[in-house]
Design a protein around this ligand. Structure first.
Ligand SMILES: NC(=O)c1ccc[n+]([C@@H]2O[C@H](COP(=O)([O-])OP(=O)(O)OC[C@H]3O[C@@H](n4cnc5c(N)ncnc54)[C@H](O)[C@@H]3O)[C@@H](O)[C@H]2O)c1
Length: 267
């Protein structure tokens, strides 16, 4: 079954984790995929895997915060694949630190990638989606955009911002037949957990977090989420089956946010 046959999708942060899973699933379901990322080697690996499986994909190295580079990203999708129907604003980072000692540099870096990057993705994609007669935007938020947790204030601020930005985009562009929804993963086993900066600077977290250990302790389904679990929900939102779904938030967390148990991440 090709659930997005004939569509063209842009996935930011497509070289790793949830973005790579989205790119591979979209391609397997018939879409042509332009994936962007800072990590060229991993991005090209994802494209190679998609090609080997018989799908169509291309990698374009781009920093989501680079405003000047955005027109070339959208032009590449339209030139190479003829149109743009789907934009997945997925690229993001996590920095954990208590508010009192968080450096302004860390705060700003997180805002720049997680929030400015999503804004630039959407602003750049909308004219192309309109040219295609409409489309679907999915923004990657987090359960941290729905619930607070100590040590996550900076990250939560970006993901909470994404949640309401998504709804605003949906209302502003409903008349263009552009739908927009946010996805809120819980604890997903991706490389992001190993990249959370640790060490003394700004009193960041001291030790890396093991997502599988965390999930076993606090997730009602008693397992960590896989990137594919999130990608399946993103895919649904970009299919015609979701054509009346917009301005909504979709939680993919194994039941974690419904539980009364303690918030999972502490510094
Ligand atoms: N893994 C989880 O548990 C989890 C939970 C909730 C939300 N999320 C969100 O999911 C999204 C994807 O995260 P992931 O877990 O797959 O992490 P990941 O680190 O595996 O992948 C993120 C990708 O984004 C890329 N990236 C980072 N900064 C970039 C930039 N400036 N420009 C372009 N690309 C950039 C990275 O190179 C990487 O390939 C993020 O927005 C993250 O906040 C993840």
């Amino acid at each position: 079954m090709a659930r997005v046959a004939g569509k063209v999708a842009l996935v930011t942060g497509g070289a790793s984790g949830i973005g790579a899973a989205c790119a591979e699933l979209f391609a397997a379901e018939g879409a042509a995929v332009l994936l962007t990322d800072l990590d060229e080697a991993m991005g090209r690996d994802v494209v190679a895997r998609i090609g080997k499986a018989g799908g169509r994909a291309h990698f374009h190295r781009h920093d989501v915060c680079d405003e000047a580079g955005w027109p070339a990203v959208v032009a590449e999708a339209e030139k190479r694949f003829g149109r743009l129907d789907i934009a997945v604003a997925n690229a993001g980072i996590g920095i954990m630190a208590p508010i009192e000692t968080m450096t302004l540099a860390d705060w700003r870096r997180q805002q720049a990638i997680n929030l400015d990057g999503v804004f630039l993705t959407v602003r750049s994609a909308i004219p192309a989606l309109r040219r295609a007669g409409g489309g679907s935007i999915v923004m990657m938020s987090s359960i941290a955009g729905l619930r607070a947790a100590p040590g996550l204030a900076g990250y939560s601020a970006t993901k909470g911002g994404v949640r309401l930005f998504s709804k605003s985009v949906a209302l502003e562009h409903a008349h263009d037949n552009i739908r927009c929804n946010s996805v809120h993963p819980g604890i997903i086993a991706t490389p992001i957990w190993g990249k959370i900066p640790t060490g003394a600077e700004g009193n960041r977290r001291n030790a890396p977090i093991d997502p599988r250990e965390r999930a076993a302790a606090v997730v009602p389904l008693v397992r960590v989420g896989e990137a594919r679990d999130v990608a399946e929900v993103v895919l649904f939102l970009c299919t015609d089956a979701a054509s009346y779904v917009t301005a909504q938030e979709f939680v993919v967390d194994g039941g974690m946010t419904a539980s009364m148990r303690r918030a999972p991440v502490q510094t």
